[in-house]
Design a protein around this ligand. Structure first.
Ligand code: AMP
Length: 419
């Protein structure tokens, strides 16, 4: 198979100019992450995070030109956080007035059934993002507040909302429909939406470009394994399955989330353990997964515990891998043929043990790992399967901010990324 270096192909974003940038904002319930991205070269010009907004002391981090500055500040709310971040650009660089900020891109978690593409933000879009809050009560209100504040402070540039759910809006009905009473489901928007869409779309497209193939010609399974984790089956560039559902709780075992679990566990705990629905929500989302099983959610620590003979840590890893294998197998059945399996995100890019274990014993499905190619952390896209294997197993680092930045300029400039 020929692999064209990407540098040999025209970069559709180069028309946009070498000096422009996009400010990408990710407003969480108590944090603000930002990254100034060059959408042509793809590099982060500067980045930072303000955490624990609203608490007595907020850790603040700003990185520019290889220098990271950290300090504690008092940050009352998201408006103060963004003002602080803009101030840090002035103080520590780069000066935003000279950085050619072309647009501000906002990561928004839930677009419901309303948004299947990134959109230019106006008052109506902002109101709709707020209206979708019942589907993502922790995230959408914070996303909307971040947009509101940013529009006030940076009113002279266009703002674009990029939705985590958008890519999966084209899932076929048989994949996004729960076998639930249809009236109840319709009345309350209960269906599978999928999340991490920006990453799944970027990684599947990037894998194809690295291989010198058209995404339309490939069937790909993307395994986004970070603290949150999700899988997708993508047929010719269109998603046909994904593991997250109405919320990001469904699917794979995650750092602190259960993933798939019998819903009757909720009834059982509410009826018999004296837990409220909010208690179970907190348990399933924050105190379960790898952390619930082993006490730790970071895979580096998990491996260290296993090396020390910790049986709970070993079981946590075994449960995690088993769930992944079930998803790979079922997605292979859905796709009929798997050309590429792409690992990405914190665990997928860095943990060669997890990659090897997921693919172990799958030669009957044409899936295998080459230990030498797989060894170590991966910062550039790489094939880690042996030459004889039918399926190309790859590691493709995700770049969600870059993907958001590029979607922004596509919306603002009407640029066709496939041109
Ligand atoms: P993300 O949510 O994509 O930022 O991924 C964060 C997770 O990646 C952490 O909680 C770790 O479990 C995992 N991770 C990061 N670095 C490594 C590493 N070098 N080896 C194994 N796991 C890692």
């Amino acid at each position: 198979m020929s692999i064209l270096p990407e540098s040999d192909r025209p970069n559709p974003y180069s028309a946009y100019g070498a000096h422009g940038s996009v400010l990408v904002l990710n407003s969480g319930s108590s944090s603000l992450k930002y990254q100034l991205v060059n959408p042509v070269g793809g590099e982060a010009i500067a980045s930072g995070i303000v955490e624990r907004i609203g608490e007595s002391s907020s850790p603040v981090k700003h990185t520019f030109a290889g220098n990271t500055t950290q300090r504690e500040e008092q940050v009352a709310d998201h408006a103060a956080a963004l003002e602080l971040a803009l101030g840090l650009f002035g103080e520590l660089g780069p000066d935003l007035a000279h950085a050619g900020v072309h647009a501000v891109g906002h990561r928004v978690v839930h677009g419901g059934e309303l948004f299947s593409d990134p959109v230019l933000v106006d008052d109506d879009v902002l109101a709709k993002i707020r209206d979708l809050s019942p589907l993502a009560p922790l995230h959408n209100p914070a996303n909307a507040t971040g947009i509101e504040v940013a529009r006030r402070l940076m009113g002279d540039v266009p703002h674009v909302a990029v939705f985590d759910t958008a890519f999966f809006q084209s899932l076929p009905a048989h994949a996004h429909t729960y076998a639930l009473d249809r009236e109840v489901a319709r009345a309350h928007g209960v269906r599978r939406y999928g999340f991490h869409g920006t990453s799944h779309q970027y990684v599947s497209g990037k894998a194809a470009r690295v291989l010198g193939r058209r995404v339309q010609d490939l069937n790909t399974i993307v395994l986004h394994l970070g603290n949150g984790a999700s899988a997708s089956a993508i047929e010719g560039g269109t998603p046909v399955e994904t593991s997250m559902g109405l919320t990001p709780l469904e699917g794979l075992v995650m750092g602190t989330r259960t993933g798939d679990i019998d819903p009757a566990v909720v009834f059982h705990l509410v009826r018999n353990a004296g837990m409220s629905v909010d208690d179970v929500d907190d348990l399933f989302n924050k105190r379960s997964g790898i952390k619930g099983l082993s006490g730790e959610n970071d895979f580096r620590e998990l491996h260290a515990m296993i090396a020390r003979g910790d049986e709970d840590a070993q079981l946590a890893l075994d449960v995690y891998i088993h769930r992944l294998k079930k998803y790979v197998g079922s997605y292979a059945a859905v796709l009929g043929r798997v050309d590429v399996i792409a690992f990405t995100a914190g665990v997928g890019e860095n943990d060669d043990v997890v990659r090897a274990l997921v693919c172990e014993g799958m030669t009957g499905l044409g899936i295998a790992i080459d230990p030498e190619r797989n060894a170590g952390r991966v910062s550039e896209p790489r094939i880690v399967s042996p030459a004889w294997a039918q399926t190309l197993v790859m590691v493709v680092p995700t770049m969600e901010e870059l993907a958001i930045a590029r979607q922004c300029i596509e919306v603002v400039d009407g640029l066709d990324p496939t041109a």
